[in-house]
Design a binder for this molecule. Structure first.
Ligand code: AMP
Length: 206
């Protein structure tokens, strides 16, 4: 199964992505984590993206796309992937459809975690003081939310039009969100061939 997670910052993409990956035994590719590894190792990519990440802006598409294609390479042999943090704009979604389809890696399910802005700010400020993430300060959080609403949220309509979208209420506790996420994906999992329910068999026999 190839799953893309789409959500505002602080909705729990990392936590739920890890849960999905473990449950379905899939590799978890998190764009933000990849960028932070580059930044902490001070690679050329890390040095190029630092300014954007620290300001809460999206980093340039060509850098992101290269990381995505590299991160997803080989995932078809591993049953698919959970991709968190990409696409984050309509141009990225179009690129994902174009390039990933060519590679046989187009997303099959788009999972949206729905959470409101006040809760996002509350969660990220709490995480900032625990994990020392430098983009979890109030100014950058507000900017990341703006970017989400103006640039990323339209991607939901893009996928809804292709009926690949499922939305889960992420205002609940971590465990309750996890249960809803796994239920939704179990139901949608395109890799599972379901046996018809007894009622369906009877009905089809007339
Ligand atoms: P995240 O850990 O997913 O909240 O991402 C942290 C930061 O990494 C974002 O605020 C952006 O600066 C950058 N980033 C992550 N994913 C993308 C993406 N798909 N396109 C552009 N920038 C991204």
């Amino acid at each position: 199964m190839r799953v893309v997670m789409l959500a505002p910052p602080g909705a729990g993409k990392g936590t739920q992505g890890t849960l999905i990956a473990r449950h379905f035994d899939l590799p978890h590719v998190a764009l933000g984590d990849l960028l932070r590894v580059h930044m902490s190792r001070r690679t050329p990519v890390g040095e190029r993206v630092r300014e954007y990440v620290m300001a809460g802006e999206l980093v340039p598409d060509e850098l992101v796309l290269e990381l995505v294609v590299h991160g997803l390479r080989g995932t078809s042999d591993r049953g698919g992937y959970v991709l968190d943090g990409f696409p984050r704009s309509i141009p990225q979604a179009r690129q994902a459809d174009h390039i990933l389809t060519e590679l046989g890696l187009a997303p099959q399910v788009v999972l949206h975690l729905a959470v409101d802005d006040d809760e996002v700010v509350r969660r990220l400020l709490a995480r900032g003081s625990l994990e020392n993430r430098l983009d979890d300060n109030e100014i950058t959080i507000r900017r990341r939310l703006d970017v989400y609403h103006t640039v990323t949220a339209p991607v939901l309509d893009y996928y809804a039009a292709n009926s690949r979208l499922v939305s889960v209420d992420a205002m609940q506790s971590v465990d309750a969100v996890g249960e809803d996420v796994l239920d939704a994906l179990e139901t949608l999992n395109p890799d599972v061939t379901r046996l018809p329910a007894a009622g369906d068999v009877l009905e089809s026999c007339g």
